[in-house]
Design a protein around this ligand. Sequence first.
Ligand SMILES: *[C@@H]1O[C@H](CO)[C@@H](O)[C@H](O)[C@H]1NC(C)=O
Ligand SMILES: *[C@@H]1O[C@H](CO)[C@@H](O)[C@H](O)[C@H]1NC(C)=O
Ligand SMILES: *[C@@H]1O[C@H](CO)[C@@H](O)[C@H](O)[C@H]1NC(C)=O
Length: 275
Amino acid sequence: MSNKEEKPEGKESSWKDFIYNPRTGEFLGRTASSWALIFLFYLVFYGFLAGMFSLTMWVMLQTLDDYTPKYRDRVANPGLMIRPKNLDMVVNRSNSQQYSKYVQELEDFLLDYNDTLQEQNVQCKEGDYFDQDGPEEKQVCQFKRSQLRQCSGLADTNFGYSEGQPCVLIKLNRVIGLKPQGQPYVNCTAKREIPLQMLYFPTEGRIDKMYFPYYGKKSHAKYVQPLVAVKLQLTEQDYNTQLTIECKVEGSNLRNNDERDKFLGRITFRITVTK
Ligand SMILES: *[C@@H]1O[C@H](CO)[C@@H](O)[C@H](O)[C@H]1NC(C)=O
Ligand SMILES: *[C@@H]1O[C@H](CO)[C@@H](O)[C@H](O)[C@H]1NC(C)=O
Ligand SMILES: *[C@@H]1O[C@H](CO)[C@@H](O)[C@H](O)[C@H]1NC(C)=O
């Protein structure tokens, strides 16, 4: 019996000794100087790691340029987008309150293309890329909204919505460094048997090369994308039916038939105009 009672007592004292042993002065099985060495080791070790990390970061950051992205394996293909930003438009041509949201959106979008504003930009040479190597702040080729003629919102402030022949603006998304080869233009078709008459502004839906390349938000702050306006010349029998229109960028090396990406170089939208 007495033996049995001694055992747990012995264990307890060794447990206490383990935490702090007054005879050897050990704490958790190590002497103070041993602990001090361990702490010193880890201090130096982590200090070294932190130093390495900061040094590598610093060296990496030195090699980065504020103005152009460093790694660009291949220039991406741009997507197409339309304004008004609505892929399912319904226009009641005799109800100005109904279509005013579209007109307002076009008007807001074209503020950047204001002729007076654009006159401060460069009149570039048509048909050539506008390469700029020198200064950090890149110049911008002018694109005046008046170039959109009947779709400029200047002569016809309703962009054709009141007469039931609405304008839609098509823009190519910005891609840094993109230089399309060939002569890109926008071609829209209605998905039905009888072709739908459309007017393009600028003529033939051309996207001039002078608007490329784009140098990025920082160095090309005032850049404006080239636009193509399409005026749908609807007639009596086109009203009250939903039309599906597909627009593609053609005539260049820009991709427009990617199976997975419906917006790569093309866009499909629906529009219903009622009387
Ligand atoms: C279009 O607007 C007019 C005038 O507000 C209205 O009388 C007509 O019913 C509307 N048409 C449709 C199809 O909603
Ligand atoms: C363009 O801007 C000028 C001055 O900033 C302004 O007077 C004019 O009304 C604007 N034009 C359009 C069409 O917005
Ligand atoms: C526009 O696309 C349609 C359908 O793909 C085609 O028949 C037509 O020839 C094209 N027009 C131009 C000017 O490329």
